[in-house]
Design a protein around this ligand. Sequence first.
Ligand code: PEP
Length: 252
Amino acid sequence: MRKKIVAGNWKMNMDYNEGISLAKSINDELHSTPLSGKEVILCTPFIHLQGVSSLLSSKGLSSGAQNCNDHKSGAYTGEISATMIKSTGASYVIIGHSERRTIYKEDDSLLSSKTIEALRNELKVIFCCGEVLAEREQKIHFDVVKKQLESGIFGLTEEDFANIVIAYEPVWAIGTGVTATPDQAQEMHKYIRSLVEKRYGKECADDTTILYGGSCKASNANELFANPDVDGGLIGGASLVKDEFINIIKAL
Ligand code: PEP
């Protein structure tokens, strides 16, 4: 049975104290409203990770990073390795977010190396894919997502693939206030699951968690999560506001 997940991507927001305070309030809230088999992940900036990881005590609540380097260690000034992330108590890392692909020019081959390095350190990977608006308008969005998955994660063994969560994030919906319709999300999620089935078999496809990301908020989470192939969300802006984030979790 695949897991239902809501993951918050804090991006480069909040100073240390603000982040700790938000994580504490989410942790407290989830003590009084337990997750019952679902999972919530707080993907924080690197500097928050140790502090957030050590305060989380609610069942099903864990932490993650938003990026990692593809090397084990060495002369990579300013970079953070998967080993370092793991040592903070974090369980997850986001790889392939569109902001990393676009702003930092991270290509498929680098993202594949990062994924392998994260898995080698026993981190689970939230691997992001998604098309830009022009690609959807040209009706090549399925091909774009297929290529991202084939280059990024379909080279993994089945054993490693079990530690992958896929996040479909149409780039035109990220931070724009424009959300994919429930039908658009379901159509792509179903397609992604069919690709996983072709590569790894039906059992693995049924067990793979596929999250939707892109302007998901409390007011639209219900209709998105109601789709059979949408197993939760990767939430940006709305994960910075406690009540909004908690209501998205409740929608799950
Ligand atoms: C994201 O950055 O992963 C994201 C989904 O952002 P937002 O929810 O703000 O669109």
